[in-house]
Design a protein around this ligand. Structure first.
Ligand SMILES: NC(=O)c1ccc[n+]([C@@H]2O[C@H](COP(=O)([O-])OP(=O)(O)OC[C@H]3O[C@@H](n4cnc5c(N)ncnc54)[C@H](OP(=O)(O)O)[C@@H]3O)[C@@H](O)[C@H]2O)c1
Length: 279
């Protein structure tokens, strides 16, 4: 049993993580808007000091990737400076911090999956702000974990699978991008791993996603097929669906260091999808 503090505990990841920690007997302090704003340094330092946790999971973020392109100051204030504040609080208490980062810190041009030690080169404002958060964590926290995830799917938030299934029920035909490659990360598979990593003492930067790689097109097709919906799913290119924020074409994250240091216990994305659709 530990006293843990979870930022972003109302969010898709933070909500399931909070429940899992409570289920194993941890005392959980949740920090989220509107009561706790991670951009307010004095308040964050004071409140985290009062809570006096033994471990901090930092999941709070401004996660709307497209809005980040126009709301640049907010993206930086929340994802970079907010993370700096949480990192300063963790270090002042001498407690370890686990920061959730993203595949968007890479530019997507590598010919193969990204290893944990590959050079970051974020192309979007969201990616730049999350990478700035990583830098603060590395500079400020002696005891830290940085866990990069991608294509997050959980029951407590809007996500790709829910959007696709809704559209598939409404339309006879659906076009889905087939030239972006990555790994889905199911929250219910990720949460036990985050807890295991947080208890490992093997501090460092890790990639944790479900095993195997796919494209948005294949991922959507599989979900529609498993649900028995008869829509015709067609592949299309990124150019056919222009979005404000650039997406990495290659978001594949290799879990090399995670597998070596801690052991990769994540199920395949196909198993994750089946379990998610059943739940
Ligand atoms: N979703 C993905 O596909 C994905 C992929 C890779 C990495 N990640 C990372 O995974 C983590 C969890 O993502 P998620 O999808 O669970 O995000 P989410 O559902 O958007 O949850 C984030 C939470 O943080 C809160 N928050 C925003 N600004 C805040 C502030 N200034 N102070 C305190 N709390 C604030 C949000 O509140 P409001 O809802 O009120 O804004 C929300 O409750 C994030 O660090 C994200 O960058 C996500």
């Amino acid at each position: 049993m530990r006293k843990v503090l979870i930022t972003g505990h109302h969010g898709m990841l933070g909500s399931e993580l909070s429940l899992a920690c409570e289920d194993q007997g941890d005392e959980v302090f949740g920090f989220d808007l509107p009561d706790m704003d991670i951009t307010k340094r004095d308040r964050v330092l004071h409140a985290i000091g009062e809570a006096d946790p033994e471990f901090i999971f930092h999941c709070a973020a401004f996660t709307n990737v497209d809005r980040c392109e126009t709301e640049i100051e907010t993206a930086m204030r929340v994802n970079a400076i907010g993370t700096q504040n949480v990192a300063l609080a963790a270090e002042s208490l001498g407690v370890p911090l686990l920061y959730i980062s993203t595949d968007y810190i890479f530019d997507g041009t590598k010919n193969g999956p990204y290893d944990e030690w590959d050079t970051a080169n974020p192309q979007s404002i969201y990616g730049k702000s999350k990478y700035a958060g990583e830098c603060f964590v590395r500079q400020l926290c002696q005891w830290h974990y940085i866990v990069r995830i991608s294509w997050l799917i959980g029951k407590n938030g809007p996500n790709f699978i829910e959007t696709i299934l809704k559209l598939a029920r409404e339309r006879d035909e659906l076009k889905v991008v087939s030239d972006q490659h990555g790994s889905p990360t199911f929250v219910s598979d990720l949460v036990p791993e985050l807890i295991r990593v947080s208890e490992s003492g093997a501090f460092g930067t890790y990639h944790i996603t479900n095993q195997g790689y796919t494209t948005w097109y294949e991922f959507a097709k599989k979900a529609i097929e498993l649900k028995g919906i008869s829509t015709n799913v067609l592949p299309c290119s990124t150019e056919e669906f222009p979005r404000p924020a650039p997406r990495p074409r290659n978001s594949r994250l290799s879990p090399m260091l995670y597998a070596q240091a801690i052991g990769n216990d994540m199920p395949t994305w196909e198993k994750g999808l089946k379990d998610y659709l059943k739940s």
